[in-house]
Every structure is written in structure tokens, then in C-alpha cells.
Write a protein that binds this ligand. Structure first.
Ligand code: FAD
Length: 501
């Protein structure tokens, strides 16, 4: 039954991982008219990985009115300016590059020169177009400076976080319950589907029956409601993205806390290194078609300099892809139950936030009917596919020749039309950023991110166009830019100091 304005009276969330408690917190803060319950299983537990975010986590906390100072210390959280990619490219001088988040502010000053110099380099001029030379966030990161500027500084920097995912879940669970969410600890044994196709109730293994008007599936890879009960089909990304497994282990933290995730390419995948206040979280994401779990664990230990017995490893399987519909009938899937793209750009929490925030908007605009279900599903599918394309690109353009894994990735013809079009623009267009806009290729990632990736790999195809570039000012311009960035940097505090404030 729905209340007077059509808003569902009873909402049941199944699953108490990060996704479930994010949804509960957001619903509780915006839809006070609904009675919200969350059921989670002690026996099944949560996935317990996922320790890096994009700036969307800040948007989420802003939406539920929680400040950094309230949640970060509780979750051993640190700030994140972006990701350094090591050893993805085999081109000399491009062994490493930094991918900053999109920042609308200082980019206005730095981005035009970056694009101009990329083009000049493609015209055959000897100019430095490595992305690390162009962005304030990169300077901050290399100098261990946090992303929060002095109040008088006119630009904002987009930043993400690193955090302990189990502690984040606990923090959000407490927050949501304080907002009135009812927590039920039990196993869902059965799901009742009404003859009209809607969900009507879930049966718990202790015999209780929980009815609701609207259901939210946050049951992780199980996808108990959306895939198992409503039979919504799953579109695998296995043809595009080979990685299906991960092994994770912690290591000792350094005294100076990095402000970045490091992502290092290994023989059959890549390893993350995420700084928390009390430890590094590490993991090797790999394809089990090329390496087995024992080999992956050994390679990760070698990479980290950790011996067997130093620390225990956890092995995980990943189901990579997405559901065809994220909203179907009276059910919404959020988190791993709706899909997962491997964690190279740490986008899962961003997708969960986008899903619930967009859903609330579409559902409300449609007066709590399914009027905008199709438009919503298209929107979320577009976000998933856009992120997939950006991640696929990291593999597609690699030039490593040291293993079958990297050779097969480079040779993989299973890329989307959109990614093919973006790569064609990079190779042919004199105005990459403008043409991305013109040809409506602006998806989940901005031209800045694509340019950081492609220039960061050292991919500068020779463009057939007039040699219009005046090289004589190049060094002075770069020096002026570096001076500007250095002066901006004076407004930022060391990361360690920021965290102890
Ligand atoms: C290797 C790896 C690395 C990752 N790295 C990142 C990252 O850096 N950044 C990022 O944003 N994301 C990352 N992720 C994704 C991230 O872990 C998840 O998106 C996030 O933890 C949310 O998970 P979830 O809540 O959807 O599922 P889960 O944490 O699996 O929670 C599922 C919940 O459903 C409950 N449940 C299941 N079945 C039942 C049942 N029958 N009855 C009752 N309850 C049930 C469980 O008890 C649990 O509470 C990573 C994932 C993997 C696999």
C-alpha cells in the first residue's frame, strides 16, 4: 500500500553491505514518509572489499549531511586525489602516469595547454605532453598534500577517499538506524512473487514473512530479488574484460600517508595499493584463464615483498557485467546485485550512489509509478557501459609483450562502437575534446580523463595536418604553468596534518 502522495509506505532493503546501508541512509534522509526496513544475514556476511572511491562518495555524504570529520576517523579513511598507473605502458618515458579526478576549477587554466601540446606532439613537435606535468592534483599528490585548500583559495579540488569498507558499513548502519531504519538480522529463505509480476513479500528462515510495497535488492552477487526471483537477465562483460578473480592482503602502512591509489600492472592483471590510516589494503585483480589462484597469490606476495605466513590472503571471484534492468516492477537493484565492473577506477560506490539518487528522482517525477522505468534503466545502463569502455581502453591500448594476457588484451576485438569511435578521434581528430562533444561521445568520462589515459600511455599518433605550432614558447609556457601550480600548492596542507586536524 502507498501513502497519500503515492510514496511507498513500506520499503524493504535486502542486504546490509555498503550498498544496502547507503540506500537506507539516503532514503531515510529524504523520504521520511516511508517505513524503511533492512534485512541482512549474519551467516552470509558482506563482500568486505572495496576501499577506494571517486568524488561521488563526498556527494553521498553531503546528501545525508555527514561531514568528513564525522565519518573519516571512524573508518580509518584517508583522502584520494586520484590514481597512479605504473607499468601499464611499455613506451619509454611513459612507465607511470597519474589520473586526477575531473576538477572544473583549475582545469580551466591547465587543460587547454595540455590539449594544445598533445596536438603539437601529434604534429611531430618535440613538446612534453605527459599528463603528469599539467595538473595541480598531480603536484599535490607527488608532494603528499591533501585536497582541501585554505579558505581563501578560489578553486575547489574534486577528491575521493580510501576507507575500511567494513567500518564504513558499520558507520552507515548506525547512521541509518539513528534515522529510523529498522534492522532485521535474518536469512531470506524465499521470495514471493505476485501473479502480476510484482514482489509481494520475503520469507525468512525463522518463519517470519516481511511484506513491503517496494523492494530494494542489495544482496550482493546473489542478486536474490532482481536476478533470482524476477529473472531479469544479466549481461556479462567477460568478452570485454577478462579479469574474474582477486586475491587481497594487507601490508604495513608508511609514516607519510599517500594521497593516491597505486595501480601496478602485473603478469595477468593489476595490483592495487590503497593507504588507510592503519594499513595498506592490497589486491591483485587477475584473469583465471591465464593464472591460477596460487600463482596469483605468489605474484602478489613478491610484488609486495611479503612472505607466506606474514599475512593471510583472501581469494575472491568477481561476476563482471550488469543486469539488463536495474528497476523492474516494484524492485530496484543497487550494488553488486545490479552488476560490477572490475575495480580499476573504483567506481562501484559511485554507481550505487547514482542508481539510488537517480531512481529517487525518476520515481518521484513519475508520481511513484513506473512511468520512467525505461528511461531510468537506459540512463544507468549508459553509466555502466561508459565506465566499462574507459576501463577496457586501459587493456586495449597496452603495448606490453611480456605475457599472453597482455597480448590477448591488445588484440581483443570485442570493444564497443563508442570506444572504437573515441579511439578513432584520438588517432584522427585535430580537436579531440571538441569532437567528443560534437559526436555525443561524452559518457562517464570527460576528455581530460581519456587524454590522461592515452597521453599517459605515450600514444601520440602522427596527425596529418598543417605544422601550425610555434615551438619557441613551449618551455616558457610550461614553466609558467608549473609556477602557477606550485603557487596554488602553497594553499594545501600535508595530508598527514589534514587527517590529524
Ligand atoms: C575485488 C574487489 C575490489 C573492489 N574494489 C572496490 C573499490 O575500490 N571501490 C568501490 O567503490 N567498490 C569496489 N568493489 C565493489 C564493492 O566491494 C561493492 O560495490 C560494495 O562493497 C557493495 O557491496 P554490496 O553491498 O552490493 O554487497 P555485499 O557487501 O556482498 O553485501 C550483500 C549483503 O546481502 C546480504 N545477503 C545476501 N544474501 C542474503 C540472504 N539470503 N538473506 C539475507 N541477507 C542476504 C549479505 O548478508 C550482505 O549483507 C570491489 C569489489 C571487489 C570484488
Amino acid at each position: 500500500m502507498n501513502n497519500s502522495e503515492g510514496q511507498p509506505k513500506k520499503i524493504l532493503i535486502v542486504g546490509g553491505g555498503t550498498a544496502g546501508w547507503m540506500v537506507a541512509s539516503l532514503l531515510a534522509s529524504k523520504w521520511q514518509g516511508s517505513e524503511i526496513s533492512l534485512v541482512e544475514s549474519k551467516d552470509i556476511g558482506i563482500i568486505g572489499v572495496g576501499e577506494g572511491s571517486t568524488p561521488h562518495l563526498k556527494l553521498f555524504f553531503d546528501a545525508i549531511k555527514v561531514t568528513d570529520a564525522q565519518w573519516m576517523p571512524r573508518c580509518n579513511a584517508t583522502y584520494k586525489n586520484g590514481i597512479t598507473f605504473d607499468n601499464w605502458s611499455a613506451i619509454a618515458g611513459f612507465e607511470s602516469y597519474f589520473h586526477p579526478f575531473a576538477a572544473q576549477t583549475d582545469d580551466a587554466f591547465t587543460l587547454p595547454l595540455f590539449f594544445r601540446n598533445i596536438r603539437a606532439r601529434m604534429q611531430g613537435h618535440e613538446v612534453d605532453a605527459h599528463p603528469d606535468k599539467y595538473f595541480l592534483e598531480t603536484y599535490l599528490t607527488r608532494n603528499h598534500l591533501g585536497p582541501i585548500p585554505a579558505e581563501s583559495f578560489p578553486f575547489g579540488i574534486a577528491y575521493g577517499y580510501h576507507f575500511d569498507s567494513a567500518l564504513l558499513g558499520q558507520f552507515l548502519a548506525e547512521h541509518a538506524q539513528n534515522q529510523g531504519v529498522n534492522r532485521i538480522v535474518a536469512n531470506v529463505a524465499e521470495v514471493e512473487v505476485h501473479p502480476n509480476g510484482d514482489l509481494s513479500a520475503v520469507m525468512l528462515s525463522d518463519g517470519r514473512r516481511l511484506k513491503a510495497d517496494f523492494f530494494i535488492d542489495c544482496s550482493g552477487f546473489n542478486s536474490l530479488l532482481m536476478q533470482q526471483s524476477l529473472k531479469v537477465s544479466f549481461k556479462s562483460f567477460k568478452d570485454n574484460l577478462f579479469n574474474d578473480s582477486a586475491v587481497v592482503m594487507p601490508s604495513a602502512i608508511s609514516s607519510v600517508l599517500p594521497v593516491e591509489t597505486r595501480s601496478t600492472a602485473l603478469s595477468s592483471g593489476w595490483a592495487w595499493k590503497i593507504p588507510l590510516r592503519n594499513r595498506f589494503g592490497n589486491g591483485y585483480v587477475y584473469s583465471s584463464d591465464y593464472i591460477d589462484a596460487d600463482q596469483a597469490e605468489t605474484e602478489l606476495r613478491q610484488h609486495l615483498g611479503l612472505l607466506e605466513g606474514d599475512v593471510q590472503a583472501r581469494h575472491l571471484k568477481m561476476k563482471v557485467g550488469r543486469v539488463e534492468k536495474h528497476w523492474h516492477k516494484n524492485c530496484l537493484a543497487v550494488g553488486l546485485s545490479q552488476g560490477f565492473i572490475e575495480p580499476l577506477e573504483a567506481t562501484a560506490i559511485a554507481l550505487s550512489f547514482n542508481t539510488i539518487a537517480q531512481f529517487m528522482q525518476y520515481f518521484q517525477e513519475g508520481k511513484f509509478t513506473n512511468q520512467y522505468e525505461q528511461a531510468f534503466n537506459q540512463n544507468i545502463n549508459g553509466r555502466f557501459d561508459g565506465i566499462r569502455d574507459y576501463i577496457v581502453c586501459h587493456y586495449k591500448v597496452n603495448q606490453r609483450t611480456d605475457s599472453a594476457y597482455w597480448l590477448d588484451n591488445a588484440a581483443n576485438a570485442n570493444i564497443s562502437d563508442t570506444l572504437r569511435a573515441i579511439l578513432t578521434l584520438w588517432h584522427k581528430s585535430p580537436d579531440f575534446a571538441g569532437d567528443m562533444l560534437k559526436y555525443k561521445l561524452m559518457g562517464s568520462y570527460q576528455p581530460k580523463s581519456w587524454a590522461c589515459l592515452l597521453a599517459g600511455y605515450g600514444i601520440f599518433p602522427r596527425l596529418a595536418m598543417p605544422q601550425s605550432f610555434d615551438c619557441s614558447m613551449h618551455q616558457q609556457e610550461l614553466e609558467a604553468l608549473h609556477d602557477f601550480i606550485r603557487r596554488c600548492g602553497l594553499n594545501f596542507k600535508p595530508h598527514n596534518e589534514l587527517l590529524t586536524q
